[in-house]
Design a binder for this molecule. Sequence first.
Ligand code: IMP
Length: 428
Amino acid sequence: MTVVALVGTQWGDEGKGKITDVLASQADVVVRYQGGNNAGHTVVVGETTYKLHLIPSGILSSGTTCIIGNGVVVDPQVLCSELETLSRGGISTDNLYVSERAHVIMPYHRVLDQLEEAQRPWKIGTTGRGIGPAYVDKYRRIGIRMLDLTSPERLEKALDQVLAFHNPLLQKVYGHPGFSKSELLEEYLEYGRKLAPRLADTSLMIHRARQQGLNILLEGAQGTLLDIDHGTYPFVTSSNPTAGGAAPGAGLGPNQIDKVIGVVKAYTTRVGEGPFPAELHDATGQLIRERGREYGTTTGRPRRCGWFDAVLVRYAARVNGLTGLAVTLLDVLDVLEEIKVCVAYEYRGQRLEHFPTDLDVLRECTPVYATLPGWQQDLSGVKSYEDLPPQARGYLEFIAEQVGCRVQIVSVGPRRDQTVFLEPVLAP
Ligand code: IMP
């Protein structure tokens, strides 16, 4: 029995979906513990590409139980439509369960997300899916939970409370007409009816799975630098994608997490605004964007691309307690003659080894690069670590040394069979 948390170590989009999908075939239970449909997973199975935003990518492995944990904010409309898409593709969703404690994203959250973003002088670049406002209501203690969708009386009471708060705000501040209780009641009770068979005390399910000695994968969405506490605030999401968030978000104790695997791209990308020291504004950045298909799964936005930033991943290793790295998209660098790694920042003549808190400092940091030779070979067919050219192994070893964490998995393409395990992650 092993409980593994899988987290993003950069600004999200590290390829967690693919690594989860590969590990899910060895896991009995996959749990998402935070975020909502702001995430996007692209998983390729055979010739088919699946884009999922909410449902854990483990759903594509038959026999794996998938859980949307209490720490996730759930948009029932999106959940129902993803369930339909999967069913149409012949994928069974019978094993998908949703925590009855998970908070619901309501239409007013989506509207508020977009209105608030439009009104901000500096843009966070939110996905506009209502994630932030849904978490705000959770902490304001006027949120609606999945369980509430199954009771007309409770949902009506909850809507009375929340609309009394949001409608005047929408009407007086934003000139929006507001939301009708009866319409929301009708639509969301219908979701409640559809989803009721999947609602469960998922913490108890996870507890029982542990007692049975099953392998459990806790899947984080977004990444460390988007974490509300440890990320580049305020250019962050509203939850804790870091491994610490996995315990309350899934409903288990922190001492029950055996390993923490950090998924890391062989380079760096970022969607949305905020400082990014190793960003490339040149042809190499464009080449990485095209070869890595670096366009958002959720919004289609082109991602900003740059070299591997060891300062940033060293920080991620610290705040997540990483026990291993899964390096993804190594093949994207195949054509490069030389590859740079940012090993430190320079700030006003000072060398910084650790990621700064102050974004004004980060904004002024320039990268200190080490230059390594490229391998200029196609890695997409590589099946074992020994098959990698020496320059590629050298690159991985350099990253591991800089970050202070072992590389356990290397991904050289989007397919499941393009994955090299250096060490087993889940117990057989
Ligand atoms: P929100 O989570 O929609 O509120 O967006 C807040 C910030 O997190 C924005 O910069 C988004 O672009 C970013 N973000 C949210 N989810 C993801 C993701 O899955 N990948 C990358 N960036 C994300």
